[in-house]
Design a protein around this ligand. Structure first.
Ligand SMILES: O=P(O)(O)O[C@@H]1C[C@H](O)[C@@H](CO)O1
Ligand SMILES: Nc1nc2[nH]cnc2c(=O)[nH]1
Length: 305
């Protein structure tokens, strides 16, 4: 057989990472995984009975290189629900191949995670979205994936899921609706939207023409992450809930004097820390209650652990 370029960790390698983590947190089976976006690391700080494991201590884990991404796995509970948080994610623009970017999602799945909460900092395109608002993600447009950059590229690992996974059900509708209700119950309805996330490669922010193109494709929030993790999570049968924190408004006016920058992204996240923590905690408790009400029907797309 012709050789293929190296396209990822084997199932056995990922199991090795899981074995290591199970030694660090014996008898801990997380139900919910949380990926903290830029500046959103404090989402992990509210866990009870925390155990923190720096990425550099974990075999095969990449390093977190972006400001606002902490670089540790945090284990703990929220209202008794066992949770694992990635305080710091990996991005393609850091130089990581996508199979490496999503490796922690697969690790979470093998640790027992059934529900994944993905969060990100993003630019808001509709004029109705303000800095500090959240957008519950109902779908995504993966510009990188459409160009052939996909975390599932390469030999399929059947233990995780099928060669050709469906993605139309990946953002769980019931969780989207629950998220909107929970936001309302927390008095956040005026700052909460539902929309489509657009994933671009970065690290540059968009040109005006690019933003206009994304807008015409139905994209509401734009960022440089999330879609890859969601694809890997859907592939291995997790239920996914995601939200963008709108950290800056997309600049669509050639005469605007504004310029997007990472400092404003981090500052916007800091300003909403408490509200976002409360919202995420409520979503985690909701997921715990779903589990107690009966096992979720995992895997519309074939993940079969
Ligand atoms: O990790 P996320 O997607 O939250 O971070 C976004 C995209 C870039 O990493 C960074 C740009 O400010 O924010
Ligand atoms: N691509 C992109 N990523 C972001 N992350 C935070 N804001 C933005 C943005 O405007 N564009």
């Amino acid at each position: 057989m012709e050789s293929r370029e190296h396209l990822g960790y084997s199932y056995e390698q990922i199991l090795q990472v899981v074995k290591f983590l199970k030694l660090v947190v014996p008898n801990f089976k997380p139900l919910v995984g949380v990926i903290c976006g830029s500046g959103l690391g404090p989402l992990a700080d509210s866990l009870s009975d925390k155990i923190e494991v720096p990425y550099e201590d974990i075999p095969l884990f990449p390093a977190s290189t972006v400001v606002g991404h902490g670089g540790k796995l945090v284990f703990g509970t929220v209202g008794g629900v066992p949770v694992i948080c990635m305080k710091g994610r990996f991005h393609a623009y850091e130089g990581y191949p996508l199979w490496k970017v999503v490796m922690p999602v697969r690790v979470m799945r093998l640790m027992g995670v059934e529900y994944l909460i993905v969060t990100n900092a993003a630019g808001g395109i509709p004029s109705s979205m303000n800095v500090g608002d959240i957008m519950i993600i109902k779908d995504h447009v993966n510009m990188m994936g459409m160009g052939g950059q996909n975390p599932l590229r390469g030999p399929n690992i059947e233990e995780f899921g099928p060669r050709f996974p469906a993605m139309n059900k990946t953002y769980d509708r019931a969780l989207v609706k629950a998220g909107l209700k929970i936001a309302e119950s927390l008095g956040m309805e005026d700052m909460t939207h539902e929309g489509v996330y657009g994933c671009v490669g970065g690290p540059n922010y968009e040109t005006i023409a690019e933003l206009l193109m994304l807008q015409s494709c139905g994209v509401d929030s734009v960022g440089m992450s999330t879609a890859h993790e969601v694809i890997a999570a859907g592939h291995c049968g997790m239920k996914v809930f995601g939200f963008s924190l709108i950290t800056n408004k997309a600049i669509l006016d050639y005469d605007s004097s504004e310029v997007p920058n990472h400092e404003e992204v981090i500052a916007a996240a800091k300003a909403k820390e408490a509200k976002l923590q409360g919202f995420t905690e409520a979503m985690i408790k909701h997921m715990g209650s779903l589990k107690n009400a009966g096992p979720p029907s995992m895997c519309s797309c074939g993940g079969r652990r």
